[in-house]
Design a protein around this ligand. Structure first.
Ligand SMILES: CC(=O)[C@@H](O)[C@H](O)COP(=O)(O)O
Ligand SMILES: NCC(=O)COP(=O)(O)O
Length: 241
């Protein structure tokens, strides 16, 4: 059964907008688990625009499911992950000026650096995932690097502005997932997924987990957090093959 990772970054975005203590990211994480989340994803960005270090340390011991900590492969972030010891770590690309994560890791250009980060985090007992574009060559490099998991960036699929582009981008994700599974990799996917586009991705056989956040936080404004999580969980159950 495909698993649902709830990314709570943008609960923190609302909090950071005013520097208040509310909404509580701890409450968001625990209630998401109660509502059916199989994992809690948090992206500790270098610029701390949403999640803060103290959020990561506070949430880690309280989770009943697992923590998937997203981070850039920097010495600072690897040191934090080595202290927090999340069950899963997803290495993601980061550029300060970006509005959101644009594209996957440039594995070819940064192979040696990513290899060292993957090894270090693996030695800490974390299951390492690489956030990559739906590109077969990048998947081959991820396998060569020894990362047990890849998370396929679904942003181009989610951003498609016409049906033809959407179907083309979906096939890229589908082909990439099939190739990664054929190499024995665990395959996750995420970025930009919402209640009206998750169906095709959830229907790809073999995908282990979808990480979804922004759309769930947005929907929660109208239906409540618990219901927003439950509705997404039901969609995954409905469309998974
Ligand atoms: C890696 C990924 O797709 C998510 O963590 C996404 O980055 C959400 O956070 P932002 O909206 O800050 O990019
Ligand atoms: N890795 C994808 C993720 O964690 C959530 O991305 P989004 O749903 O907030 O776009």
């Amino acid at each position: 059964m495909i698993r649902l990772g709830i990314n709570i970054d943008h609960v923190a975005t609302l909090r950071q907008a005013r520097g208040t203590k509310y909404p509580s990211v701890v409450e968001a994480a625990l209630r998401a688990e109660q509502a059916g989340a199989d994992s809690i994803t948090l992206h500790l960005r270098e610029d701390r625009r949403h999640m803060q270090d103290e959020d990561i340390f506070a949430i880690r011991p309280l989770l009943q499911t697992k923590m998937n900590l997203e981070l850039a492969a920097t010495d600072e972030m690897i040191a934090i992950a080595s202290r927090v010891k999340p069950q899963d770590v997803c290495i993601v690309p980061e550029r300060r000026e970006e509005r959101t994560t644009e594209g996957g890791l440039n594995i070819k250009e940064t192979y040696d650096h990513l290899y060292r980060a993957t090894q270090t985090l693996g030695e800490q007992g974390c299951r390492v995932s690489l956030f990559i574009a739906p590109d077969l060559k990048d998947i081959d490099l991820a396998k060569k690097m020894g990362a047990p998991v890849v998370e396929i960036h679904t942003g181009s699929y989610a951003d498609a502005e016409d049906e033809g582009t959407k179907q083309k981008e979906f096939k890229r994700v589908q082909d990439a997932a099939e190739h990664a599974l054929s190499l024995g990799l665990v395959v996750n996917a995420g970025h930009g997924l919402h209640y009206h586009n998750v169906n095709l991705i959830a229907g790809i056989p073999g995908i282990e987990e979808l990480n979804i956040g922004h759309a769930i936080v947005a929907h929660a404004l109208f239906v409540g957090w618990d219901n927003a999580v439950r509705e997404m969980k039901l969609l995954l159950r409905t469309y998974a093959k």
